[in-house]
Design a protein around this ligand. Structure first.
Ligand SMILES: Cc1ncc(C[n+]2csc(CCOP(=O)(O)OP(=O)(O)O)c2C)c(N)n1
Ligand SMILES: [Mg+2]
Length: 466
């Protein structure tokens, strides 16, 4: 409705000729005049005293876009994207299937105490892989933490997953400095995950703007930011949306509405119509999608990308799903939701099963292939795990390197008042390095757990003593 009104009003003249304005004699606009003489408004004038509380006419909720039903059958009138041929469908399906297999293994490794933390993506396979498949491989992705499937889609591989989760010396993301699942890859245009919620959202609007300013990438790439409905309650969500709206940039906002932010249900997260309702407030094209329908997600994100690039503006996609797993390995969700609710959800609408049924109906998939795929993925993940578990952790001295890129930021000067930024940081790092060196020298050979802990590191801590 809002868009219809805007369209109508924008066709009307902005200035009413001859009305009383700044002392000129004039004729006031008649009662039926379209938008009065309010300089900051192009809104039509009405004599009806009426409050509204919805972006949809008649107070209806924003609809949810769906292509296939729970049994994998296309809805009447729905368009299955024409590029979904057997090869692409199989690639999408295989990528979806690998996620729960990988998650099962890593979740159990955490439970056995082999890694310190993990987060699964159970139930969100369609939202993650469907969107990944619709993006260009060099679109800049700023994810929250549950979207490792996007990296896998881009060819990240299980070795990189394991090296990061185990913090081995081959961890290319941060040499063991980050918590597990905080992946990042410059080559794959996947910005490193940071734990503080929603910080990636305004950053994405900045990345989108940088892409727009770069002649080599303008009209070619967009910034894509993933976040949960819980993260959308942060001020940073609004900052990012406003930025992409007022300083237009090709930024795609993908809100994964999975019903929970740890223990807080989405019903406590907003009173309005979800996250999608906020898009029109910022003049941002918006769609709500069935996040369990991989074809709907694919089509919506593909179209969102086209709009982003053609108009150089932000687009919001809200995917509706259900977080089947616990929030993380630090959470027991049965403390705040019934086990039966989870079991029912899993049985009623599994995004993988839905797409499998679609594939089987076309003769693109069979039981035998399912078994073979599952066996292959398990084997590959286990091989990567076994390799990573035997690899040493990074050299101890690497704890102090590659924390800052290039020169130290100049603004450390004001934070550290007395010394120059460089000197302050070097002193700080030198101080800590010297302290660690002293401790390794004192306890390294003599005291548990130092003795056995040091053995886990490449060089056994000797690099620090050199
Ligand atoms: C600023 C900030 N506040 C709180 C947290 C703790 N925290 C981590 S994840 C999370 C829930 C986020 O939920 P949502 O955005 O819906 O994503 P989901 O986990 O459901 O994928 C919270 C509260 C945090 N990491 N950062
Ligand atoms: Mg959530």
């Amino acid at each position: 409705m809002i868009r219809t009104l805007l369209r109508t009003s924008s066709t009307l003249p902005r200035v009413v000729r001859g009305h009383r304005w700044m002392g000129t004699t004039a004729q006031l606009p008649g009662p039926g005049h379209a938008h009065g003489h309010l300089p900051a408004s192009t809104s039509p004038v009405t004599s009806k005293l009426h409050f509204f509380n919805s972006v949809m006419e008649g107070g209806k909720q924003i609809p949810t876009y769906r292509v296939i039903d729970g049994a994998g059958r296309p809805l009447e009138g729905a368009i299955v994207p024409e590029e979904i041929d057997e090869a692409l469908a199989r690639k999408i399906y295989e990528n979806m299937v690998q996620l729960p297999i990988l998650d099962d293994i890593l979740y159990n490794l955490q439970r056995q105490g082999r890694i310190v933390f993990y987060m699964t993506a159970y139930g969100e396979e369609a939202a993650i892989i469907g969107s990944a498949a619709a993006l260009a491989p060099d679109d800049e992705v700023l994810a929250q933490y549950r979207e490792s499937g996007v990296l896998l889609w881009r060819g990240w591989g299980y070795d990189n997953v394991m090296n990061q989760c185990f913090g081995t010396h081959l961890d290319v993301c941060g040499k063991g400095k980050q918590m597990p699942v905080h992946y990042g890859s410059k080559e794959l245009h996947y910005h490193t995950i940071s734990s503080p919620l929603a910080t990636q959202i305004p950053q994405a609007a900045g990345v989108g703007y940088a892409l727009k300013r770069d002649p080599a990438r303008r009209g070619k790439n967009c910034a894509v930011v993933y976040f949960g409905e819980g993260a959308a309650s942060e001020g940073d969500f609004h900052a990012g949306m406003l930025l992409a709206s007022t300083i237009p940039s090709p930024t795609m906002f993908i809100a994964r509405n999975n019903g929970f932010a740890i223990s807080t249900p989405s019903s406590e997260q907003y009173y309005g119509d979800g996250i999608a309702a906020r898009g029109p407030g910022y003049g941002i094209h918006t769609i709500r999608v069935d996040g369990n329908d991989v074809l709907a997600v694919y089509s919506a994100v593909k179209e969102a990308r086209r709009l982003c690039l053609e108009e150089g503006r932000g687009v919001l996609v809200e995917t509706m799903t259900y977080r089947v797993g616990h929030h993380s390995t630090s959470d027991d969700s049965f403390a705040y939701r019934p086990r039966k609710e989870v079991e029912d959800r899993k049985r009623l609408d599994n995004p993988i099963v839905r797409f499998r049924l679609f594939m089987e109906a076309r003769g693109w998939w069979s039981k035998d292939e399912e078994e073979a795929l599952s066996k292959r993925v398990k084997q590959e993940v286990m091989t990567a795990y076994k390799k990573a578990e035997t690899l040493p952790k990074p050299e101890l001295s690497e704890m102090f390197t590659e924390v800052y890129g290039g020169e130290e930021p100049w603004n450390l000067v004001s934070a550290l008042i007395l010394c120059s930024a460089d000197a302050a940081n070097q002193i700080w790092q030198r101080e800590q390095r010297e302290e660690l060196k002293r401790l390794v020298g004192k306890y390294g050979e003599a005291w548990e757990p130092w003795k056995s802990e040091l053995k886990k590191h490449k060089g056994g801590g000797k690099d620090l003593l050199d």
